[in-house]
Write a new protein. Sequence first.
Length: 116
Amino acid sequence: QRQLVESGGGLVQAGGSLRLSCAASGLAFSVYTVNWFRQAPGKEREFVATITGDTGSTTYADSVKGRFTISRDNAKKMVYLQMNSLKPDDTAVYYCNARLFSTVYWGQGTQVTVSS
């Protein structure tokens, strides 16, 4: 069964850090580009960060650049999102997805809440 499972969310004070994990199973993981998205209450889902499967090239949304770092461990079929200097505006459900051409898999999401 092909699936993604996120973990690592929680409640943190502003300025704090969290590391989210995205675990893949049933995929030839190393060839997939993996993205993190987030969705805050009442808002549309928005892109956060991406890491390619071939070169490990990364791209970030302007809102998280310099604070978040995406990385991957293909041997473990894991992708991580290290989030530092968290702000209340970062509060959202965070989702990972794995994309290869037109094939996309989504995880179920993990809640991140940043208190002021």
